[in-house]
Design a protein around this ligand. Structure first.
Ligand SMILES: CC(C)(COP(=O)(O)OP(=O)(O)OC[C@H]1O[C@@H](n2cnc3c(N)ncnc32)[C@H](O)[C@@H]1OP(=O)(O)O)[C@@H](O)C(=O)NCCC(=O)NCCS
Length: 184
């Protein structure tokens, strides 16, 4: 059974490894999303701020990642939207063999957001990746709009209500227990 924990700096390499494994899977399918390895600067500040989570299997191997932040990206979301009680997911990824874990992680992020007073779970997805966008629609997200900025590849904005519920997907993947979060 997998377990989720708040990532700490020693988890950095494992966190980046999961992102690289997910990226390699996409690149092998010809989907040009994400760099082969994210720069440390794209993840470490969130780990240090207590916003990053890593899912590990029974042997301790990292198999899933997510960042959950109360701060939205002002390139994409308007000031009015940023003032709303929303939480923002990014760097959600899984390794091979864990199909369904990502959906459970989204549910977990929604529960976590709701428990902290958030009413919405939001994310921005790769603009040109229609399959990924279909995935989020299938997960119950609404397409808010797509923002096109020359210096950004993402910008397809999605949101769904944040619900304080424990789903079967969370139970199936060991994410049902009390939150491991220490909110700083
Ligand atoms: C997105 C993710 C976390 C979802 O995990 P999950 O809920 O366990 O779902 P699965 O991995 O089984 O994927 C579900 C479907 O979405 C597709 N999909 C997932 N990520 C995709 C992507 N980036 N581009 C295109 N299709 C993608 C899968 O191919 C699969 O399609 P299928 O049902 O036709 O086989 C996981 O697929 C992943 O790590 N993807 C790569 C990283 C990524 O794109 N993260 C999101 C960034 S916004």
């Amino acid at each position: 059974m997998t377990r989720i924990k708040q990532a700490t700096p020693p988890d950095l390499d494992a966190f980046l490894d999961v992102l690289s494994a997910a990226t390699a899977r996409l690149h092998a399918r010809g989907i040009n999303q994400w760099p082969p390895r994210f720069a440390v600067s794209k993840v470490l500040p969130d780990i240090q701020a207590g916003r990053a989570y890593v899912v590990r299997d029974e042997q301790g191997g990292a198999v899933g990642t997510a960042i959950l932040s109360e701060h939205g990206d002002s390139d994409f979301w308007t000031p009015d939207e940023l003032a709303e009680p929303a939480y923002y997911v990014s760097k959600i990824a899984t390794v091979d063999g864990y199909s369904g874990l990502g959906s459970a992680l989204l549910d977990w992020c929604g529960r976590e957001a709701a428990r902290r007073g958030g009413t919405l779970l939001r994310l921005d997805a790769w603009r040109t990746n229609s399959d990924l966008q279909k995935y989020y629609l299938a997960q119950g997200f609404r397409h808010v709009r797509t923002v096109e900025l020359p210096h950004r590849n993402s910008g397809a904005l999605f949101e769904r209500p944040a619900r304080n519920v424990t789903t079967d997907a969370m139970r199936d993947h060991g994410l049902a227990d009390a939150s491991p979060t220490k909110v700083r």
